[in-house]
Design a protein around this ligand. Structure first.
Ligand code: FE2
Ligand code: FE2
Length: 287
């Protein structure tokens, strides 16, 4: 079996549609888009059942979780295979990754059933493969930082928000499924935190490089302020669960800062776009 499998060759049937992250953000059905009320000054943007686009937003997010679970399974599986046990990735790390595969496979099944329950078909929303791409690094420590800490850390935030959504919507299936998956994700992030520290104990340069990669992925996935402490973000930052997953207070603060910065950048970009649209409308009216 080949090592370091390229993202282009992931096994997907004809139902799946691959798009870039930028396309996904621009999908008007996504929770990242405005909710159609045309009021860019809304203070509360959190994904709740009260949002007008709650149905599409929650279903799109659930489908995103589903494809993320597939890629997390593929990534953890690759880490068991791509590296030499004696020199690159200790056997105990591979055992943890194997356990993660087991969890992710269960999450894929849960996500398919939840999507069906919410009225969504596989492929109704597109897939971007950034998660697997972060799992293509040739250094296992980079994979732990980018996938287990940054992306699965985001999964903690997403599951917490979806769990609250299920609670508010009076949907116990959604609420409890998210809660169970959340418990697994906290474990996956903790594994990432523990292994990252252990494997870079005597190599501060490697640790710094990995943490830098994690922060790049964190910033990328804070896209447009999707996830932050602010209620202007659709997804909240799950501080308590992150603590349980082995993040230090400083690390949680720095993710909060990066997320807020991304939110402010997006607000500025939206304001500019609206300004440009207003000028065009004014110009058209003046003609
Ligand atoms: Fe998962
Ligand atoms: Fe996971």
């Amino acid at each position: 079996m080949r090592k370091f499998f390229p993202v282009e060759e992931l096994a997907r049937d004809e139902r799946f549609n691959k798009i870039t992250m930028k396309d996904r953000q621009n999908d008007p059905r996504s929770v990242f888009a405005a909710d159609g009320e045309g009021d860019s000054k809304r203070a509360n943007f959190r994904l709740t059942p009260a949002r007008r686009d709650a149905s599409d937003g929650a279903r799109g997010l659930m489908h995103g979780i589903f494809v993320g679970e597939i890629q997390a399974l593929e990534g953890a599986g690759r880490t068991c295979w791509d590296f030499e046990t004696e020199t690159e990735a200790p056997f105990a790390l591979k055992l943890d990754m194997a356990r993660q595969c087991w969890d992710e496979a269960r999450h894929v099944e849960i996500s398919v059933k939840l999507s069906d329950w919410m009225g969504t078909e596989i492929g109704q929303y597109a897939e971007n493969t950034v998660l697997f791409e972060a799992a293509c690094s040739t250094d296992p420590v980079m994979r732990l930082a980018g996938v287990n800490r940054a992306l699965e850390g985001l999964a903690i935030d997403v599951f917490t928000t979806m769990k609250e959504f299920g609670d508010l919507a009076g949907d116990p299936y959604l609420e409890f499924c998210e809660d169970w998956m959340l418990a697994d994700e906290v474990t996956h992030v903790k594994m990432g935190s523990d292994w990252l520290r252990k494997m870079t104990e005597k190599d501060p340069e490697r640790r710094n490089k990995a943490l830098e990669f994690q922060s790049v992925v964190d910033k990328l996935f804070s896209y447009g302020g999707t996830r932050s402490d602010s209620s202007e973000s659709p997804i909240g930052l799950a501080r308590r669960f992150r603590e349980l997953a082995g993040f230090t207070d400083e690390e949680v603060e720095s993710i909060a800062d990066v997320s807020l910065q991304a939110l402010n950048e997006r607000k500025l970009a939206v304001a500019k776009m609206l300004g440009a649209a207003d000028s065009l409308t004014a110009a058209a009216a003046g003609e």
